[in-house]
Design a protein around this ligand. Structure first.
Ligand SMILES: [Zn+2]
Length: 180
């Protein structure tokens, strides 16, 4: 499984990124790619956003060409997820109508079908991590970078002390070790 390197910052801290494209590493890319997520909650475990979840975003430096490609990939991912969701819910709806099921039974069936259909997607994502990803809780935002050098530069720029704080722990756990 390819590694990805996590750097934790306190929630609400505006992150600073190295001034180079996150994909092709061209210096001074002059544009950004917007990434956003919602804080984790029980509702988000079931892909339901908005119930007590807060939006967390970051502007990642990316050159125009790479930012365009990242946006295109994101649109493809969203489309695939929508198709999988429809593919999961449509037969459940059909079964529900045929069997006269309703209420909680429908929700359980829909959730079960979604998990089964999304499993291959989740496995694929594990083996093909994005160049950059975000995970947020109410107290911490975790920045996940695929490139070790970027993770170290990012941690350094954001004043993460690599000995003793949460950023250090994440970096060590991810196999980066001590900073240069
Ligand atoms: Zn680029």
């Amino acid at each position: 499984m390819p590694p990805s390197f996590s750097v934790d910052l306190p929630a609400g801290r505006v992150p600073r990124f190295p001034d180079r494209c996150i994909v092709c590493r061209e210096p001074g890319p002059g544009s950004v790619f917007e990434v956003g997520t919602h804080t984790l909650s029980i509702a988000s475990a079931f892909f339901i956003h908005g119930w007590g979840a807060k939006h967390v975003g970051a502007s990642i430096p990316a050159c125009v060409r790479c930012a365009r490609e990242l946006r295109r990939s994101r649109r493809v991912c969203t489309a695939v997820l929508c198709i999988l969701a429809i593919a999961a819910v449509a037969p459940v709806f059909y079964v529900m109508v045929e069997m006269g099921l309703h209420g909680p039974q429908y929700k359980l069936l829909a959730m079960g079908a979604s998990v089964v259909l999304l499993a291959p997607w989740i496995v694929w994502e594990l083996f093909h991590p994005p160049v950059f990803d975000l995970t947020a809780t109410s107290s911490t935002t975790t920045y996940e970078l695929r490139d070790r050098e970027d993770a170290l530069a990012f941690a350094e720029l954001n004043g993460v002390k690599l000995d003793g704080d949460r950023g250090a722990t994440s970096l060590r756990e991810a196999g980066v070790g001590r900073p240069r």
